[in-house]
Design a protein around this ligand. Structure first.
Ligand SMILES: NC(=O)c1ccc[n+]([C@@H]2O[C@H](COP(=O)([O-])OP(=O)(O)OC[C@H]3O[C@@H](n4cnc5c(N)ncnc54)[C@H](O)[C@@H]3O)[C@@H](O)[C@H]2O)c1
Length: 261
């Protein structure tokens, strides 16, 4: 189940956190993985770890907000690994701030990564995935949204705005590519609070004491713990694999029941 043998995958923001675990999992499932990120040291180390354990991975330095960088990473991935089958638009940034105090510079920075980055990745992936024969396994684009793309928040409205945008961009992509006859699926994943460097930053700026953080994590959702990157990576693997062949335009919520109440 959930095998991706022989497939070529590109994971943005893949040096650490959810993207890093997704890269590991895809490689364990048989894919060759291009890990892309701004973080060179972490990204190269992870690619090395995957290769040492018998998988196939490369690291490419990449800023998802730049179109020329997208052209380069897609071309280099295809030159070194083969034609792209799976794109995970995972790179994202978070920022705490009430609307009245959010600067235009901060707004532009968050939108550039979370929205423009997903748009550019999708654009350049479609450009190469569209020639796939109709009887082959579909190419798969997976976009990281969030529970913040489903329900609102008192502390990060701009982040929610971007993640809500990713949710509907995903559905529109799914419709558009089928209308154009392309053999491509596109789905979004909506993690709840998940242990990662981003989440460490969220909690560090929360003004909660260490004891309050422990109590907060235990009551945040129905399952009484924060997600682990592997919890999210498993859902991404499912959408990347042919086991999800009948899913496109879907939103997969992995949140311990946070949005159930
Ligand atoms: N951790 C959570 O609780 C949580 C919850 C919901 C959604 N998400 C989403 O999941 C995704 C991964 O989050 P994470 O928690 O692993 O975060 P993280 O901060 O640990 O990892 C994000 C990665 O994206 C990279 N990145 C940032 N800007 C980039 C850019 N311009 N170009 C290329 N790479 C860039 C970072 O260097 C980092 O390696 C994000 O889209 C995030 O919004 C996370």
């Amino acid at each position: 189940m959930n095998r991706v043998d022989g497939k070529i995958a590109l994971v943005t923001g893949g040096a650490r956190g959810i993207g890093g675990e997704t890269a590991r999992r895809l490689a364990q499932g048989g894919a060759s993985v291009a890990i892309t990120d701004l973080l060179e040291t972490e990204g190269k180390a992870l690619a090395g770890e995957i290769v040492e354990s018998g998988g196939n991975a490369i690291f490419l330095t990449h800023d998802v907000t730049r179109e020329d960088a997208w052209q380069q990473v897609v071309a280099e991935t295809e030159q070194r690994l083969g034609q792209l089958d799976i794109l995970v638009n995972n790179a994202g940034v978070w920022s705490r701030g009430v609307i009245e105090e959010t600067s235009v510079e901060d707004f532009d920075r968050i939108c550039a990564v979370n929205l423009k980055g997903v748009f550019l990745g999708t654009k350049h992936a479609i450009g190469t995935m569209k020639n796939r024969p109709p009887d082959a396994d579909s190419a798969s684009i997976i976009n990281l949204s969030s529970t913040a793309g489903l329900v609102g928040s008192a502390t990060s409205a701009v982040y929610s705005m971007t993640k809500g945008g990713v949710r509907l961009f995903t559905k529109s992509t799914a419709i558009e590519v089928r209308a154009r006859g392309y053999n491509i699926r596109c789905n979004s994943v909506h993690p709840g609070a998940t242990e990662s460097p981003m989440q460490d930053d969220i909690l560090a700026t929360s003004n909660m004491s260490p004891d309050e953080i422990i109590a907060f994590k235990a009551t945040r959702n129905l399952l009484g713990r924060y997600g682990e990157p592997i919890d999210i990576a498993k859902a991404i693997m499912f959408l990347a694999s042919n086991d999800s062949a009948f899913m496109t335009g879907s939103e997969v919520v992995v949140d311990g029941g946070y949005t159930a109440r």
